[in-house]
Design a protein around this ligand. Structure first.
Ligand SMILES: Cc1cc2nc3c(=O)[nH]c(=O)nc-3n(C[C@H](O)[C@H](O)[C@H](O)COP(=O)(O)OP(=O)(O)OC[C@H]3O[C@@H](n4cnc5c(N)ncnc54)[C@H](O)[C@@H]3O)c2cc1C
Length: 414
């Protein structure tokens, strides 16, 4: 029986499960469904609220906001998580580049610019600061990716860009197209060659070509190299609307690494309650087909996400609860204080800081700052103390606290 349990399959649960598996603890990861990996851009956003580098921002937070998740674990732990993550992606032939020194500015599918600290190398040539005219190319068959619109918005910000539609090769016509359908087509060299020829013909003066982030599921590096050879320009991916192919690649490489190290993932299992005594969680129950499954536990990593992930739930009466273990949640006492008057308020919305408070070992705390369970660590968006939406730090906080929580539970951090 597996007694090390991770609850949640988002970035924080996956990083935590990897740390626990590599420590030889054979974790079982239980999750109600997929995490945000399948919806997000696939970049790691450590800090993007202002012009500061992520490192500068972290150093300030650590002294000025002691309850912030970055402050609880420290800059060194954030760096450790990034180092492990980069090595993991490198080994899986899907390397990430970047770090804490500066954000890269990447075009979105709306032609806006967004900062990211770490990004798959397949997106790297999209850094708008690199200079050089961009050709933005897409397919009419792929919804919500409109190259002329993206290029016009980039051009309005002073970035030389042109947008074109490519023609779907007859042999590849389908009834339905999703980002995943396209990614599978790009896995096929015949499709790539045909698209590459079209790109060469359309390239003009462009030195780099932005395509929707659908450049293969199996070996995106190979796809990008092939497209560069065929087109004669640098090729980069622009994140699309969900499902996110870069996110699916990430999930897959984590799953493989966790399983190789002795862990197991069970998606489709909602944890509904836990029970313990003397500051130790002893049992949790998950929903299984037609019955509840009991798990005796030694250690548990709670990585169930925030309001968007289902880990924190709110209701019309103003109750804010943590859904798996019913841990206390710190949130504004009055529902009227949840939201600021303006949607894009510079101070953000107070409800987004709601979450479980922890000590520096990420152990959950009660109202009087007492430790509730010694053998539980909390990570990711389930943690309170940060408005990660406003800070643009969501995936950074999840990556770093997930890794830190796994290492703490494995006894590798004193
Ligand atoms: C549409 C969308 C776009 C986003 N875009 C960005 C972006 O561009 N940049 C960025 O940095 N971040 C972005 N994020 C946020 C971000 O990537 C993650 O939400 C964040 O990192 C939180 O990760 P997490 O691991 O804490 O939780 P999540 O990724 O939310 O995962 C929570 C996991 O817990 C499971 N779970 C919840 N409750 C239970 C339960 N009771 N029992 C069992 N399992 C449970 C869920 O099924 C899921 O597997 C986006 C999120 C969304 C939804």
């Amino acid at each position: 029986m597996r007694t090390t349990i991770v609850i949640g399959a988002g970035l924080s649960g996956l990083m935590g499960a990897l740390a626990l598996a590599e420590a030889g603890l054979r974790p079982l990861l239980l999750a109600k469904g997929q995490g945000a990996t399948h919806w997000t851009a696939g970049t790691i956003d450590v800090w993007g609220a202002d012009e500061r580098s992520p490192r500068e921002a972290l150093q300030t937070i650590i002294t000025s906001r002691p309850g912030h998740p970055y402050a609880l674990i420290g800059v060194h732990a954030v760096e450790e998580a990034i180092t492990r993550f980069r090595a993991l992606t490198e080994a899986a032939r899907y390397p990430y580049v970047g770090g804490l020194e500066r954000n890269v500015l990447l075009p979105t599918a709306a032609g806006a610019l967004r900062p990211a600290a770490l990004l798959p190398v397949t997106m790297a040539a999209g850094d708008v600061r690199l200079g050089g005219e961009m050709l933005i190319a897409g397919f009419r068959e792929l919804r919500d990716f409109y190259p002329p619109f993206i290029a016009a918005n980039l051009a309005a910000q002073g970035i030389a860009a042109r947008g074109v539609y490519l023609t779907m090769p007859p042999a590849f016509r389908r009834r339905e197209y999703t980002t995943v359908t396209f990614a599978r087509m790009f896995d096929d060299p015949a499709f790539r060659s045909e698209i590459g020829r079209q790109l060469r013909a359309q390239r003009g003066n462009a030195t780099r070509i932005g395509l929707p982030a659908v450049l293969g599921l199996r070996d995106p590096l190979e796809v990008v190299a092939h497209m560069q050879n065929e087109s004669g320009a640098q090729v980069f991916e622009i994140p699309t609307l969900p499902p996110s192919v870069p996110g699916i690649r990430l999930f897959t490489l984590f799953q493989q690494a966790i399983e190789r190290a002795g862990g197991r993932l069970q998606i489709g299992s909602e944890v509904i309650r836990g029970e313990g005594q003397d500051r130790r969680l002893t049992t949790i129950w998950s929903e299984a087909a037609a019955r509840q499954q009991e798990h005796r536990v030694e250690r548990v990593l709670l990585a169930t996400g925030g309001i968007a992930g289902g880990g924190i739930r709110t209701d019309h009466a103003g109750i804010v609860r943590e859904t798996a273990l019913d841990l206390p949640v710190r949130a504004p006492a009055n529902r009227a204080d949840w939201f600021a008057p303006r949607f894009l308020d510079p101070h953000g919305h107070a409800i987004y800081t709601a979450g479980v408070a922890t000590d520096a070992h990420l152990r959950p705390l009660g109202a009087a700052d007492e430790v509730i369970y010694d053998n539980v660590a909390v990570a990711g968006a389930a943690l309170g103390g940060a408005d990660t939406v406003r800070e643009r730090s969501r995936s950074g906080v999840s990556l770093a606290t997930g890794w830190a929580a796994g290492r703490i539970l494995a006894g590798l951090v004193s």
